[in-house]
Design a protein around this ligand. Structure first.
Ligand code: HEM
Length: 305
């Protein structure tokens, strides 16, 4: 049975760093993929730092080993919503995600990794994040309450056994910048109507009190039979007093769930998510996060397990 990269599920880490990379030229693409695979080995085992790697879907489609291709599209077009509102498309070639107990160890590991990749890729975006009041967003609301438990998360996150790309998954990475001054002007009840949950206890609002434009109402998805279509979120606050927000990190086994949530938030076919009046997306990329078997199949350093 194929396995997903374990760092996806390493909850409780206090510190994170995200790097989005652009390959220097097309000839370097294969070597970049191989170099990232080799990075996974030492970094994920000896330093106490988890490393997860992902690739631009169209790049992975070209370079995936046989049987590990994944049906997914790049984030190449902005998400257009109501009244001219749009979320930007800023797709890059690869994603490196470090999580660990503190930023010092992440800094050392990330610096080494970026040095190793010099000559193959440039850093297009770097965002370091930190846990805020355990697992709250900077708005003060708990983030991740509706996530599936760790027992269910792999099923929600990974392409199931028997399907092409089994064990791999798709991640949406989106940097949001908050307008905290505007959000702070709302009283607590109004903030709760924006999110769709209570602030302190993170209780979902009763159906009768749930505004149609609340964040929960716009992102909770169901299939035709009424069953929920969840994703697994590992978002993290980032920034400093002068500029801050949320690095949204959402994993799914089906990209269409993520596409649908973005369209709903943007106000396509319904009200625009109230949260989008208080936070602005600065970026948007999708990456295929290959299974460990797919990464091992690309490794020049193969070893029997
Ligand atoms: C400014 C950016 C965002 C902030 C501050 C934010 C914050 C939150 C908060 C506080 C909750 C309620 C607690 C919880 O269940 O975690 C929530 C729920 C959720 N968010 Fe977000 N979120 C953001 C962006 C996104 C994006 C871009 C997506 C998907 C594309 C998304 C998908 C979801 C989902 C699926 C839920 C659970 C809904 C349910 O109850 O089933 N969020 N978010």
């Amino acid at each position: 049975m194929p396995h997903s990269q374990v760092g996806i599920f390493a909850l409780g880490e206090a510190s994170q760093a995200h790097f989005e990379l652009d390959v220097l030229s097309d000839e370097h693409a294969k070597r970049l993929v191989e170099a990232l695979v080799e990075l996974e080995r030492p970094h994920s085992t000896v330093s106490g730092v988890n490393l997860v790697v992902g690739f631009r879907p169209s790049l992975w489609a070209r370079l995936a080993p046989s049987g590990h291709a994944v049906q997914a599209h790049d984030f190449n077009r902005e998400i257009a919503g109501a009244g001219g509102y749009a979320m930007p498309a800023t797709q890059h070639d690869a994603w490196l995600w470090f999580t660990g107990p503190s930023y010092d160890v992440i800094f050392d590991e990330a610096r080494d990794a970026i040095k190793t990749l010099r000559g193959l890729a440039s850093v297009a975006r770097e965002v370091s994040g930190w846990a805020y009041r355990h697992s709250r967003d900077l708005t003060g609301f708990e983030d991740g309450t509706a996530n599936p438990s760790l027992l269910e998360a792999p099923e929600v996150t990974c392409i199931p056994d028997g399907e092409p790309g089994a064990g791999s998954c798709i991640v949406l990475l989106q940097q949001w910048r908050h307008n905290m001054e505007a959000f702070d002007e709302l009283d607590e009840a109004a903030q709760e109507r924006v999110i769709g949950r209570t602030k302190m206890e993170s209780q979902e609002l009763e159906e009768a009190d749930m505004p149609a434009d609340s964040h929960v109402a716009r992102t909770e998805l169901h299939d035709e039979s009424g069953a929920e279509l969840p994703i697994f979120r590992r978002s993290v606050p980032y920034g400093n007093v002068g500029g801050h927000g949320l690095m949204f990190v959402g994993f799914a086994r089906e990209q269409k769930r993520l596409d649908r949530m973005l369209l709903n938030m943007a106000g396509a076919g319904g009200p625009r998510d109230a949260l989008t009046y208080f936070s602005t997306p600065l970026s948007g990329s999708y990456y295929v996060v290959p299974s460990t078997e797919a990464l091992l199949a690309l490794s020049s350093n193969q070893r029997q397990v």
